[in-house]
Design a protein around this ligand. Structure first.
Ligand SMILES: Nc1ncnc2c1ncn2[C@@H]1O[C@H](COP(=O)(O)OP(=O)(O)OP(=O)(O)O)[C@@H](O)[C@H]1O
Length: 265
């Protein structure tokens, strides 16, 4: 089997006295299309941030391209490129679409302006936003802003001799989008993988996104992995957590949170 891109071993994370992740083991392989699903507040984004190296675990180990990561991510020290697409797109409002997408190249390379514009236009074309270079984020719909953030995530320096594999991390990529805009984004996640061959991890609790973007599924509940498998296995499993989560039933082992935030009995 191929060397894992990322491996978490026995990862635990708490915020204050709240235990968010409990002894999580997780492996991400090259070309994985992995979806981490689970109810709100169960630690999905926290896992993604630990994979990205934006948060360090309290306990446990993180291996990236076979090397143990100490502390947080340090760019340039690792053979695996990773980009995170944040839930709120995280664009700079005062910069144009082109400046947002090309931000990394403007900051970290000596490529001439014209070359950066060319790369940016190529990435915008890949996400279906040709001709939007000079608009500002406020002039775009939520779905378009999402696509700009995808274009930014896949920007790389073509003159860098390193041809490392890379991993895209999507945090709730379809949150707040209508069903049609969600489909466009889900198709795009697949399509970008076809074009670039990268692996990805999607964190979501939306059924269509689980269905359309995941080859491998992991169910997280209260900071633990309760189930993992394929769609075919999900359809026939008798795991009570997964069955309840996918059916949306209020009865089952997943505790339902009521409107004032306390667990219903
Ligand atoms: N920086 C932080 N400081 C304190 N608490 C945090 C922090 N980040 C996350 N938490 C808490 O950790 C728990 C898990 O959060 P996380 O965002 O990982 O869940 P999630 O499964 O991604 O939820 P959602 O689907 O609603 O985005 C939540 O109770 C959250 O309030």
């Amino acid at each position: 089997m191929a060397e894992p891109l990322v491996e978490l071993r026995g990862v635990c994370k708490s915020f204050g006295n709240k235990h968010v992740l409990n002894d999580v083991d997780l492996v991400i392989y090259p070309q994985d299309a992995l979806v981490i699903l689970g109810p709100s507040g169960t630690g999905k984004s926290t896992i993604l941030r630990i994979i990205a190296g934006l948060l360090a675990p309290d306990k446990g180990e993180v291996y990236v391209a076979g090397q143990r990561r100490q502390g947080l991510r340090q760019d340039g020290l690792c053979r695996l490129r990773m980009s995170m697409v944040f839930q709120q797109s995280a664009l700079f409002d005062s910069l144009t679409v082109a400046e947002n997408v090309g931000f990394y190249l403007y900051q970290h390379t000596r490529l001439p302006e014209a070359r950066i514009r060319e790369i940016v236009s190529e990435k915008l074309a890949m996400v279906g936003l040709s001709g939007m270079e000079d608009l500002y984020p406020a002039q775009l719909s939520g779905g378009m802003r999402k696509r700009v953030s995808f274009a930014r995530a896949i920007v790389d320096n073509p003159e860098d001799p390193d041809d490392d594999p890379y991993l895209l991390l999507y945090d709730e990529p379809t949150a707040g989008l209508d069903p049609i805009a969600s489909t466009v984004i889900e198709d795009l996640i697949r399509d970008l993988r076809e074009k670039t061959g990268h692996a990805y991890v999607v964190v979501t609790h939306q059924n269509s996104t689980i269905e359309r973007t995941g080859d491998r599924l992991i169910l997280l509940y209260q900071g633990r992995i309760c189930w993992q498998g394929t769609h075919a296995e999900a359809r026939t499993t008798d795991n009570p957590y997964l069955r309840q989560f996918l059916s949306g039933d209020v009865n089952g082992p997943i505790r339902v949170i009521d409107q004032v935030g306390t667990a219903a009995l």
